[in-house]
Write a protein that binds this ligand. Sequence first.
Ligand SMILES: NC(=O)c1ccc[n+]([C@@H]2O[C@H](COP(=O)([O-])OP(=O)(O)OC[C@H]3O[C@@H](n4cnc5c(N)ncnc54)[C@H](O)[C@@H]3O)[C@@H](O)[C@H]2O)c1
Length: 327
Amino acid sequence: MDRQLSNSRVLVTGGAGFIGSNLIESLLQSGNSVVCLDNFSTGRIENIKDFTGTPCFKMIEGDIRNFNDCLKAVTGIEYVFHQAALGSVPRSIKDPVTTTDVNIGGFVKMLFASKEAGVKRFIYAASSSTYGDHPDLPKVEDKIGMPLSPYGITKYVNELFASNFASTYSMEVIGLRYFNVFGRRQDPDGAYAAVIPKFLKLLMNHQAPVINGDGSYSRDFTYIDNVLQANHLAAIVTGKTAINQVFNVAHGERTSLNQLFEIIKEIAGRYDMEILNINPVYGPARAGDIPHSHASIEKAKNLLGYCPGKNVEEGLNEAVDWFWKHL
Ligand SMILES: NC(=O)c1ccc[n+]([C@@H]2O[C@H](COP(=O)([O-])OP(=O)(O)OC[C@H]3O[C@@H](n4cnc5c(N)ncnc54)[C@H](O)[C@@H]3O)[C@@H](O)[C@H]2O)c1
């Protein structure tokens, strides 16, 4: 990555999670001092163990639903990278109350605390779930439908608050709509695990993964390094047209669940040939899932200079290698 944020004081909320911990690593490598705010509800201490004890890293264990924790975390901060949230569509259907408390209540508290502290820019994790039932493919930022889940609603409401704070308080706010991110440190366990680490761990244990639906549903799977690039660019971009906007962050191609399974199996099969004999089991489609998700990345390319590197297969090669060494 050639254009990176450096020499700045930054806060990463949700920094003990998958994306947040990768972001912390990248921001430390490019010479920033980093504060992490996390309550470890889905994040893990192992994700940040390599940074703790280093002089430019500070961990604050706290909750974004607690305004005092937010104020403490933003003190002296120039850039906020807000990642903390409860992810997962099924989790939000099972418990919409907690998802809403964290994803909307916590978001507004972080945003208001950032405004009170006078941060330079607030960059936040938005989501492809905001496209809801809009039928168009590829997804273009200004064409969204009705959200299909409480999670999707929370992510859309975040965008409304961000836009309102930008105009009301003249804040600089940028939303990055991530599309199915995967890579190192992603949690393979639990009821709400993402599909790639979940499939891989099952294959490593010689178990057959369950594909929800007939496997034709497709996603724009995005390797973590592309997400890191987008965050750095969102922090350093100076063009006025890029500020107070939302951007798709994806690779810009579509892979069905059946194709995904075959790619993971083929790569993992190089480590353990027995995996090549495993076939998936098919289960019912999940409520709240959109059939297809595919991003147009033109806006991010044009206004941020975003240029995704590794595609799904290249990213999976690296991710499988990482999981093989760490699981
Ligand atoms: N992973 C994806 O594919 C994807 C896609 C779209 C959007 N996003 C968004 O990206 C962000 C990061 O996702 P992730 O995949 O790294 O998830 P994750 O669960 O690994 O990380 C979220 C982190 O937020 C922390 N957190 C949750 N509630 C908190 C609270 N009340 N106070 C403080 N910390 C809290 C968790 O402990 C965890 O460390 C989230 O906002 C998510 O909605 C992720």
